[in-house]
Design a protein around this ligand. Structure first.
Ligand SMILES: [Zn+2]
Ligand SMILES: [Zn+2]
Length: 280
């Protein structure tokens, strides 16, 4: 096991003891991270067939390197990863997980279709369609696992083009690799440079500190942030123009490098708070 993963698992254990109500989610994440490392290691090829000659032009024009709304790549490895990820779901929702595995086995359910639907649809719409609490829970975990099934493959792309992205001075609030919006970011270095994080491909990209990632608002009067007493290392940056928010982690005083997958889950109470304040 890589040292970074070991450290992350230690952090997860620590958070679990501090906030037992996050126990189940952190358990799930823990299992995912272990499996993710395994799949990252045995990844055989670049499934996205990125056209090198177009990368620079795309980035300069504000277009992400990969278009996730067009699933036209080979999904056999992500599918294999997904089936293994379903073991994690099987422990929590055995019947549903079993049903999906059976349907994938018999060809009754097409994995590509599952991925396509997930990336084509708006998650909140889906949640509203379902009245039953437990259904929402199941659906969310499933969506989470579908997204995770592409993560190692996207992560290899974000690793490969991190340099090109930095050179391109990407200034958009969505991810330059896969186009998804950030939920969390980080302040780094002495100057407190801000980085946004993409949960879908693991990329961190530099972004203007005083700017809303979602609407581009740079007016200080309508940009604000709040934090919880005693938890000043976390804050919620809000935009009063578009009413959206993004969480920000500042671990500079702790001299630690946060794992933002973990921090995103460990700060779900901030999402609840932002939601209560009317931010999306
Ligand atoms: Zn991304
Ligand atoms: Zn905004």
């Amino acid at each position: 096991m890589a040292k970074a993963l070991k450290d992350t698992l230690k952090t997860i254990e620590h958070y679990k003891s501090m906030s037992p109500h996050y126990g189940e989610l952190l358990d799930i994440l823990e299992e995912i991270l272990i499996l993710r490392e395994e799949y990252s290691r045995k990844m055989s090829k670049d499934i996205f067939n990125v056209d090198e000659s177009l990368v620079e032009t795309k980035l300069a024009g504000g277009f992400p390197i990969i278009d996730l709304s067009r699933i036209d790549f080979d999904l056999s490895e992500p599918k294999d990863y997904f089936i293994n990820l379903l073991d994690i779901a099987k422990k929590r929702t055995p019947e549903e997980a079993r049903e999906i595995i059976d349907r994938l086995d018999t060809g009754n359910l097409d994995f590509a279709e599952l991925v396509r639907t997930n990336f084509a649809s708006d998650e909140t719409d889906m949640e509203e369609e379902s009245d039953d609490e437990s259904d929402v829970h199941i659906f969310d975990l499933l969506g989470f696992l579908i997204e995770e099934s592409l993560r190692p493959y996207l992560e290899s792309v974000s690793g490969r083009y991190a340099g090109a992205i930095a050179r391109a001075h990407w200034s958009e609030g969505y991810c330059p690799v896969c186009g998804r919006e950030p939920k969390i970011g980080q302040l780094k270095d002495e100057e407190g440079r801000r980085y946004l994080f993409c949960n879908q491909c693991g990329l961190k990209w530099n972004f203007n500190r005083i700017k809303c990632p979602f609407c581009g608002n740079e007016d200080q009067q309508t940009l604000a942030y709040f934090s919880i007493e005693g938890e000043e290392k976390y804050r919620v940056d809000v935009c009063n123009k578009c009413n959206r928010y993004v969480k920000t982690v500042d671990f500079r005083e702790l001299k630690e490098e946060p794992n933002l997958d973990v921090e995103d889950i460990a700060t779900l109470h901030l999402d609840i708070l932002a939601d209560e304040e009317g931010y999306e």
